[in-house]
Design a protein around this ligand. Structure first.
Ligand code: PLP
Length: 403
């Protein structure tokens, strides 16, 4: 078995999730839209129960959960759906703010909206030269960028490359005071930090099951109904499922899997966080001891926010190894059976330097000499020791060729 430390890209399906899904892939194959017979009704009841469980896991009301094919679709529905509604209401496109360090699912969707006439601004984050808060957006930047046309802000709650957690309460207070909508990409957060969409002050929030030991190909969008209900337009039309916001036959097994995984993520959060943090710190200590000049990218590993949440995801590590090309190192490590990454999985086929690291102010060479590690509930101490050994040996070899 390879040593897998690429859990920001995806995680292993928890065997308990697979057990919960299996009946819905075998004998219980009814369509949740077929209310005329028992098999359809049991599928519908399973979807309804899963909606309630998913909602409970993130502090939502069940009527606020829309199941999708993943976070990419949830994000598209949130951003394009809100933009479409705004454009129809105002009779013209408006302005959207986001961070330079967002995932491509957000950035590319907003590029698409920009081609449709919306004005989009990617705001800068605190650079690596101020390591204490590297990767965070200063909430005042959002306030300063606001104008009369601004109606929507999209923020990645916890970054998939450097793990930085944003100051959501301060950001939400500004967006609320300005009368805008706030979308949160929570893809990397569930199972790695507490997530309560209501108290985070958001209006829309996207989730992806395969990031917290659920199946691939299922996600959800939270659309606020309580207090100040949010209206968005659908992207996909048809049978009217999901209150008309996402037509298409329900992926019953996937939805049951997502709900089960979300419930486990919350039930085991404290224990998972403590384990991942301990192992991540061991990984950092081992690498730092064996590699000359190793530099941490992103905020400090031990930073704590005012509400007690870590400033950085406890399962994340991103380091720069001066003088070593990340792609060459990755290839060496791959051959030895270690799965890690140099940036986001979606862009690793085109070996461009990570836009997140560039946004921190790293130059191309520095960004290219960086490695990202992501741990999970299933990461073992043995895997950490293997990873340290392989990375340290791989770098020593590459440096000896270079020298
Ligand atoms: N947002 C972030 C921060 C991610 O890390 C990912 C996955 O790579 C996505 C969105 C897209 O999620 P999905 O794979 O469910 O479409």
């Amino acid at each position: 078995m390879p040593t897998y430390l690429d859990n920001h890209a995806t995680t292993r399906l928890d065997p308990r999730v697979l057990d919960a899904m299996l009946p819905w892939l075998t004998e219980r194959y009814g369509n949740a839209g077929s209310a005329t017979h028992g098999m359809g009704r049991e599928a519908r009841d399973a979807v309804d129960a899963s909606r309630a469980r998913m909602a409970a896991a993130v502090g939502a009301d069940p009527r606020e959960i829309v199941f999708t094919s993943g976070a990419t679709e949830a994000i598209n529905l949130a951003l394009q759906g809100a933009a479409s509604r705004h454009g129809m209401r105002e009779g013209r496109p408006g302005r959207i703010l986001t961070l330079a360090t967002e995932h491509p699912a957000v950035l590319d969707t907003l590029d698409h909206l920009a081609r449709r006439g919306f004005s989009v601004e990617r705001l800068p984050v605190v650079p690596q030269s101020r390591p204490g808060l590297a990767g965070r957006i200063d909430p005042a930047t959002i306030d300063a960028a606001w104008d009369d046309d601004t109606f929507l802000v999209s923020v990645l709650l916890a970054n998939n490359e450097i793990g930085v957690v944003q100051d959501m309460r301060a950001i939400a207070a500004i967006v609320r005071a300005r009368g805008g909508l706030l979308h949160l990409d929570c893809s990397q957060a569930l199972g790695r930090m507490p997530v309560d969409v209501d108290s985070l002050g958001a209006d829309l929030a996207s989730f992806s099951a395969h990031k917290f030991h659920g199946p691939k190909g299922v996600g959800s969008l939270w659309v606020r109904r309580r207090g100040r209900p949010v209206r968005i337009d659908p992207l996909v039309f048809g049978g009217g499922q999901e209150r008309g916001l996402r037509s298409g036959t329900h992926n019953v097994a996937g939805i049951v899997g997502m709900a089960t995984a979300a419930e486990l993520a919350v039930a085991e959060l404290a224990a998972d966080m403590a384990r991942m943090r301990g192992l991540r710190d061991r990984l950092m200590a081992g690498l730092a001891a064996g590699i000359d000049g190793l530099v941490l990218n992103g905020p400090p590993l031990d930073g704590i926010l005012a509400d007690g949440t870590p400033l950085r995801l406890v399962n994340n590590l991103n380091v720069r190894i001066p003088g070593v090309d990340g792609q060459t190192l990755l290839a060496t490590l791959d051959a030895e059976g270690l799965a890690v990454s140099s940036g986001s999985a979606c862009s690793s086929e085109q070996p461009r330097p990570s836009h997140v690291l560039l946004a921190l102010g790293l130059d191309d060479d520095h960004a290219r000499s960086s490695l990202r590690f992501g741990l999970s509930r299933f990461t073992t101490g043995e895997e950490i020791e293997t990873a340290v050994r392989l990375v340290v040996a791989g770098i020593a070899r590459l440096r000896s060729f270079a020298g």
